[in-house]
Design a protein around this ligand. Structure first.
Ligand code: URP
Ligand code: ZN
Ligand code: ZN
Length: 462
């Protein structure tokens, strides 16, 4: 199938210019002016008045994830389909090792969740919850043979996902030795555990105490400690879902010693704040870790994006339905942690970032697509609009207004964390590897279209 896209404004992390695109066999084969006078394609899509963006990449999702006695509400079919509706053509999900088991087993399990189901393209990070001898032995092959080139450690969720500093050091060393990038959930699990226990002992059981138990210091401390451990090992690292000023200041300090550290934040930390925890049990909708922060932290994060200290915006999409959240009605520590968000990242960032003048269009592309592709070894196959790249494209109307609502979104969660938000800018058409995936709100591809992406190793010079 060949497609010509004419008259659109192409936006990359570096440029904005008007040109046509020729797509053949899933790839971009020509970029130029007036291509329709030279080439005949099977289909022509008129993109006049629209922006043409590279397909967005979500580097942080939890689809079909077993967690806190339940399972996240979207599987790879519903999750990647919702992502596509919002212009996200690739997700990088987390395969999670079971304690006492190996990494290949975890990857096999998660591949089983995704294969034949995913609608959009997908890759995996591997979360290490127990650095045992088998993990040490398997890690090099996970990188070279299975194309999983980034790992993750949890410094919190004591008793389930958390590893201690000794294990963290061993993992950092092994990643450093074999060219793996280590990402981290950086909050202090012991501090949180103690504060949760203290609140529960005082009968303080509402979601408000989830927030208070995970105060800014719990993240600031862990971020600083992690960066020191990584510095000791010389391993490049990536901090997932960073939320606050204190933690970002630790990153700022680490960059002064020329440490290689990448930072991700999420739309919820850029748009929402902790005042939502005053809504009684309704606040369970926003019980996630780390929790929402204060208005001053939101401003710090926007500044971090502008300054290049924060490189990516992922969603940490980990949806639980209202019925699943009910488990913690009488005890906030039992509310499954996580929030839906996979569908609207691009539109929210455009509306709140570009339209409000906080970031430019190139920055939007950089933080929603290009940087994730570069950091996680997918560039230039993904993350840009260039001859030879996959034709993963989003035709975006920067002026159209619409309301975000659970009544119209496509993921399986029965609430929206951004209910009622009026967004300016809307995804109109999405192409995945040269095939129209979404057109005017309708899916044109289905289950099993998504491909697994084996990734290249982190390249510090890319
Ligand atoms: O609350 C969250 N973020 N749930 C998903 C797991 C994680 O910590 O990323
Ligand atoms: Zn996390
Ligand atoms: Zn997460």
């Amino acid at each position: 199938m060949s497609i010509l896209i004419t008259g659109g404004d192409i936006v990359t992390a570096a440029d904005r210019y008007q040109a046509d695109l020729l797509i053949e066999n899933g790839k971009i084969t020509r970029i130029g002016l007036d291509l329709s006078s030279i080439f005949v394609a099977e289909r022509v899509i008129d993109a006049t008045g629209l922006l043409v963006l590279p397909g967005a990449i979500d580097p942080h999702t939890h689809l079909d994830m077993p967690f806190m006695g339940t399972r996240s509400a979207d599987d790879f079919e519903s999750g990647t389909l919702a992502a596509l509706h919002g212009g996200t053509t690739t997700v990088i999900d987390f395969a999670i090792q079971s304690k006492g088991h190996g990494l290949n087993e975890a990857l096999d399990t998660w591949s089983g969740f995704a294969e034949g189901r995913a609608v959009g393209d997908y890759a995996f990070h591997l979360a290490v919850t127990d650095f045992n001898d088998q993990v040490s032995a398997e890690l090099p092959g996970i990188i070279t043979r299975r194309g999983v080139t980034s790992f993750k450690a949890f410094m919190a969720y004591k008793g389930s996902l958390m590893i201690d500093d000794r294990q963290l050091l061993l993992l950092l060393e092994q990643c450093g030795r074999h060219g793996g990038l280590l990402s981290v959930h950086a909050t202090n699990g012991d501090m949180i555990d103690q504060r949760v226990a203290a609140f529960r002992a005082q009968g303080k059981t509402s979601p408000l105490y989830h927030w208070l138990a995970q105060c800014e210091l719990t993240e600031e401390e862990a971020t600083g400690r992690f960066l020191d451990l990584a510095h000791l090992c010389g391993t490049p690292v990536y901090i997932v879902h960073l939320t606050c000023e204190g933690a970002l200041n630790k990153v700022r300090n680490a960059t002064k010693r020329n440490q290689q550290v990448f930072v991700e934040t999420c739309p919820q930390y850029l748009l929402l704040d902790a005042s939502l925890y005053e809504r009684g049990f309704e606040a369970a909708k926003w019980v996630m870790s780390p929790p929402l922060r204060l208005a001053k932290d939101r401003e710090t994060l926007w500044a971090g994006l502008r300054q290049g200290l924060v490189q990516t915006v992922g969603t940490d999409h980990c949806p639980f339905t209202l019925a699943q959240k009910e488990t913690g009605r009488n005890d906030f520590s039992k509310i499954p942690n996580g929030m839906p968000g996979i569908e609207h990242r691009l539109e929210l960032l455009h509306s709140e970032g570009v339209v409000k003048g906080r970031i430019g269009l190139q920055k939007l592309v950089e933080v929603s697509s290009t940087n994730a592709a570069r950091i996680f070894g997918l560039f230039p196959q993904k993350g840009t609009i260039a001859v030879g790249s996959d034709a993963d494209l989003v035709l975006f109307d920067p002026r159209e207004e619409h309301e975000i609502s659970a009544a119209t979104h496509h993921h399986r969660c029965d609430y929206s964390a951004f209910e009622g938000y009026r967004a300016t800018g809307r995804v109109k058409t999405v192409l995945l590897r040269g095939t129209v995936a979404i057109e005017n709100g309708t899916a044109k591809i289905g289950k099993g279209f998504g491909r697994y992406l084996a990734r290249n190793q982190f390249n510090p010079n890319r």
